[in-house]
Design a protein around this ligand. Sequence first.
Ligand SMILES: Cc1ncc(COP(=O)(O)O)c(C=O)c1O
Length: 354
Amino acid sequence: MIRIIEPRFSEEEKEVILQILNSQQITRGSWTARFQELFADYIGVKHLFTVCSGTVALFVALKAVGVDGKRVVVPAMSFMATIDAVYLAGGVPIVVDVDEHYTMDPNQLEDAVKRYRPKVVVPVHLYGQTADMSAIMELSERYGFYVLEDAAQAHGAEWRGRKAGSLGHLSAFSFYASKNLPMGEGGAIGTNDDKLAREIRKWIDFGEHPAFNIRITEFQAGIGFVQLKSLDERNRRRREIASKYSSLLKEDFHVPQEREGAYHVYHLYTLRHSQRDSIVEYLKNKGIDARVYYPYLLHELRNSEHLPTPNAEAFRKEVFSIPVHPYLSDEEVGFIAESLLQAVRLAQSPLCSV
Ligand SMILES: Cc1ncc(COP(=O)(O)O)c(C=O)c1O
């Protein structure tokens, strides 16, 4: 099976794990401090706090702003953690549609903001491409809401030369095993705001109010530290593969488009086709792990208040993702593209059903 997700580790990670074991400092040590410093620098934020998952990063960021009983806008297409964190933090989610790049539609956001006066808006940089952050930040200034970037899928992505995670008031990352920067499990919250940083710290250091233990271990931080050094190189390879796919598939599929001003890091390479289900089935039979991210819309999943979502409803029926991880060989990329073209020919043939 050509896997859709494939984290790989070198001798360097193994050496770091051994060093940590030998040091007997397995939590709250120098590796966590070093990773936080390096990632803060990489993203371009003043404060960066590691936590145990992306979901917890979203939760703590929302708690730091204070969303109890307040409205929080999220897009219809994302992993469920985006909306679950809002509920868990005591907020009231309002779901809006996505634009043609699968990220929050700023036009509809303005309607939602006028109607619901949210305290926080959570754009999701879905599949590795940032939302239209200029439009969203402009609305934030005009209407006075906080922007929390869900950058769980966008390590190293950029918008107009600035890194995802440094564009809003706050950001949340995930270092889950499948992510462009994997640690196994883990997350981080970034901010440039000193006051918000003080609030975040209360969730990390015990004492100020009841809190969970949400720290990562030194092992995770050590892996993250090593993986971060080659993140740009891996993202470049993802982009190379994506560009190859797009040139081979653009006549037969709706291929992902890079927004002008964006640097897409292809956490997922997501296409659309009306015969999606039979194509995915065909690929699976060929040993290619294709998957649907995501088969649900957030407001349907959690029965939440929402604006009309015609784009998300149409896309949800047609999207599917194929392997784009940086360790694919050129032969595998060619084989996957060729299999997709065969699947389309079969799906469209009157004599065969795939
Ligand atoms: C967009 C998005 N938000 C939030 C999360 C939650 O991260 P985690 O699984 O680390 O809790 C994920 C990933 O899993 C995600 O893809």
